[in-house]
Design a protein around this ligand. Structure first.
Ligand SMILES: [Zn+2]
Length: 204
């Protein structure tokens, strides 16, 4: 509900979120980050294949379309991609989160801003760090673009990313947006790393 972890029973937050609610009001995830999607997403990011966004956006767009139609409260005012650092953006040539966000914006009829959030500091790979080190690593990694800062007050923002691992990156960005005046932040990710202990769902 809050962090995007798949649970055996839907409708309530996970144990971690019950103890300490993350800044995002909700997380929408289309896929487990697992075979074969992990391979396709790796190609999308690391093999200079931005055009794969038009295929990869489908599961998320197909999920979000009907979901947003159920309630105006779920419908954000603005989409923002999780940014890459300038160096990473130069190396890759595109921000994969923006490639997804701009297609979602077009399909869902929502505004999006590519540079609303900026990442000005290079941060070591999150996966090698424990939770406390991750938070320290991410602190002050993001800034709000001045052009967005004046538009944020009272807005519901959806943060878009390709892969959610621990959720630390999305939580840090969501926290900054809330401190900068946003009313509410949703997190939308194409795929999420499943919890290792997740019980298997019943087979159908
Ligand atoms: Zn949770």
């Amino acid at each position: 509900m809050r962090c995007g972890l798949a649970l055996a029973e839907a409708g309530s937050p996970c144990g971690a979120c019950s103890l300490h609610a993350p800044p995002m009001a909700r997380t929408v995830v289309a896929l487990d980050y697992a075979f074969p999607w992990d391979r396709l997403i790796a190609r999308f990011k690391f093999a200079h294949a931005p055009e794969l966004a038009s295929v990869l956006v489908r599961p998320l767009a197909d999920h979000l379309g009907p979901l947003l139609a159920t309630s105006d409260e779920l419908r954000p005012d603005l989409l923002l991609p999780v940014p890459l650092s300038p160096r990473r953006l130069r190396e890759r040539g595109y921000n994969q989160a923006w490639e997804l966000a701009r297609r979602l914006a077009r399909e869902l009829g929502l505004p999006a801003q590519a540079d609303g959030l900026q990442r000005w500091r290079e941060t070591p790979a999150q996966t090698t760090l424990d939770a406390a080190a991750r938070r320290a690593n991410l602190r002050d990694a993001f800034v709000v673009h001045p052009r967005l800062a004046s538009r944020l007050a009272g807005r519901h923002v959806a943060l878009v990313d390709d892969v959610m691992t621990t959720g630390a990156t999305l939580a840090t960005a969501a926290d900054l947006l809330l401190r900068s005046g946003a009313r509410e932040v949703s997190a939308w990710a194409l795929a999420r790393t499943p919890a290792p202990s997740r019980p298997d769902r019943p087979a159908h």
